[in-house]
Design a protein around this ligand. Sequence first.
Ligand code: F6R
Ligand code: MG
Ligand code: MG
Length: 379
Amino acid sequence: MSERITLSVIKADIGSIAGHHMVHPDQMATATKILAEAKQKGLIIDFYVANVGDDLQLIMTHTKGPDNPDIHGLAWDAFKAAAKVARELKLYAAGQDLLSEAFSGNVRGLGPGVAELEMEERVSEPVVTFHADKTEPGAFNLPIFRIFADPFNTAGLVIDPKMHDGFIFEVYDVMEGKNVLLNSPEEMYDILALIGTTGRFVIRRVYRKSDNLLSAVVSVERLNLIAGRYVGKDDPVAIVRAQHGLPAVGEILEAFAFPHLVAGWMRGSHYGPLMPVPLRYAKVTRFDGPPRVIALGWNINKGRLIGPVDLFDDVAYDETRRLAQLIAEYMRRHGPFMPHRLGPEEMEYTTLPDVMRKLKDRFVKAEDAYKVVKKEHVS
Ligand code: F6R
Ligand code: MG
Ligand code: MG
């Protein structure tokens, strides 16, 4: 049996240039140097460094399994070094996602987002990694559901005998810290009853039902809950395996052809369309957005990362992007009104408690309001 390979995608926002807008090239170079040294020492087999907006993305392969202290320690070192560069350059929000200065073996819960998938490499192992900015892990609920459960998206669910039994969804309740396993298609309505509440129930893993093959993993960190207060965005990453009894790459990408509304735009407090973009557009400018996602295509070859292919760098997604722009314009015209702005319990910035405190004594019984107005008018 060949050695099991783990694909670890770990990302953090450790400062960016000109606001929360994009990672500085010097930060990328510093992270690259640290991962290159680790590759030379044999800790990791291969790696790639990318960015989406203000999030630095580390894509690594190794044989140490998920949640490994050496791998997480390496990511931590790379983020710390990139944060140091941010401080030296006086970039904005330097080191913001490194919530604790002391690394204790695992970056989970410290701030960085993590998706790790351990696999027995198939004869050919095509994988897509997704990296999003200005949104939250629940943003992947809709596309992951469509990829693995919606026959109108994924033809293979209907016509590929290897996929016809369906998939198992592991859904994570971010409030309670609990997981539930649900079968699709049998329990599809239960799955949807949960994952429609994107701020609370997040698809964490997907398994092929016929043989329990781990098919997809999503990062589920929510920084605002980790820190007990807002310290940064929980911009998510995801790994999806493709082909040969799994959804085809085209079926996986098809789920992003509809720019659905996600939470996390401007100040983590607005809904906007998730726009699929190539790497060259992976920076957020309009109203700090709109929320964006990139898709990188890989073949894993004994742990070597062959690729990436910048999968949304395709005219076939031009109309999706155009629709996203129209939706962005439509949403923006609501200004400070819901449902462009999130509900009060989800906002990462709010003045509501202050405003309520200030106006406390001026709130009177509804029937008295008229008297107050009348009195003030007469005197
Ligand atoms: C950060 C983000 C931005 C900021 C906004 C205000 O990831 O999404 O929209 O929330 O730029 O940032 P501060 O409060 O740092 O000025
Ligand atoms: Mg970000
Ligand atoms: Mg940020």
